[in-house]
Ligand binder design. Structure first.
Ligand code: HPA
Length: 269
């Protein structure tokens, strides 16, 4: 099985058993530099690992320590719009799970639909709308791993802890629903109008597959969007991937502070 070969490959580099996995979104890959005593594994050498072709995504697993906890950063996720199937897109999550990771923090860059969520806003996902209507097939995990009974995969206890932490640290963190679209083109104005009416606060092209897989595997999951641009039609300026990367850079310090806090306090909830 491809996953066994991937685990074996990782084990040639490190015997780490990280507590927390952090998937880094567009423009946020640089956060992996915070890892102490890093062991870097190029994902190109990991059997079965999907290749990421998007600028701002590196293709590395960075094992290390953050705030005294063993972590692994996933730099360079694969997206459906790159031509990968659900099995490939969710392979990194299955790999993390096989390495013993029990908690997953997924980050992404997203367009703001809620008019209050201006570029630079951090938003904890409370829920999602799956506009692609696809999910990882059960055959990928085996039929025993049925959908979990929890109504939302976004861990309410962990989320509440992060809200408290953010308040104590003076970091503004919003909460909202994320709509997952296939991409790669940005949405039409009509789509954004429709998503707003459906209750979505932010839109993006990732996260949901990883969250669905992690939840199915019984991992505790949290997801955090950085709003990098107003969604299509909500600003007179056309959207660009450069803008997404630029805002990612701007929020880096705040996001790193928040992530350090999340990692530090995760064990106590
Ligand atoms: N739409 C979809 N994905 C995105 C956006 C957006 O406006 N911004 C960052 N990722």
């Amino acid at each position: 099985m491809a996953l066994d070969a991937a685990v074996q490959h990782i084990r040639q580099h490190t015997d780490a058993h990280p507590e927390i996995g952090l998937i880094l979104g567009s423009g946020l890959g640089v956060l992996a530099e915070a890892a102490e005593d890093p062991v870097i594994v190029e994902t190109a050498g990991v059997p079965g690992y999907p290749t990421s072709t998007v600028s701002g995504h590196h293709g590395r697993l960075v094992f290390g320590t953050l705030e005294g906890r063993s972590v692994v950063f996933v730099q360079g996720r694969a997206h459906r719009y790159e031509g990968h199937g659900m099995e490939a897109v969710t392979m990194p999550v299955r790999l993390l799970h096989a390495l013993g990771v029990e908690r997953l923090l997924v980050t992404n860059a997203a367009g703001g639909i809620n008019p209050r969520f201006v570029p630079g806003t951090l938003m904890l996902l409370t829920d999602h709308l799956n506009w692609t209507h696809t999910a990882p097939p059960l055959a990928v995990t085996g039929w025993a791993a049925q959908a979990r009974p929890a109504p939302s995969p976004y861990d309410p206890v962990w989320r509440a802890q992060v809200q408290e932490l953010a308040l104590a640290e003076g970091i503004a963190v919003e909460q909202g629903s994320y709509v997952w679209v296939l991409g790669p083109s940005y949405e039409t104005k009509a789509e954004i109008r429709a998503f707003a009416r459906l209750g979505a606060d932010a839109v993006g092209m990732s996260t949901v597959p990883e969250v669905l897989m992690a939840h199915r595997l019984g991992m505790r999951v949290l997801a955090l969007s950085t709003i990098t641009n107003p969604a299509a039609g909500l600003s007179p300026v056309p959207l660009s991937h450069d803008e997404v990367l630029e805002v990612g850079q701007q929020v880096r310090t705040t996001l790193e502070r928040l992530i350090r806090g999340i990692v530090y306090s995760a064990r106590s909830c």
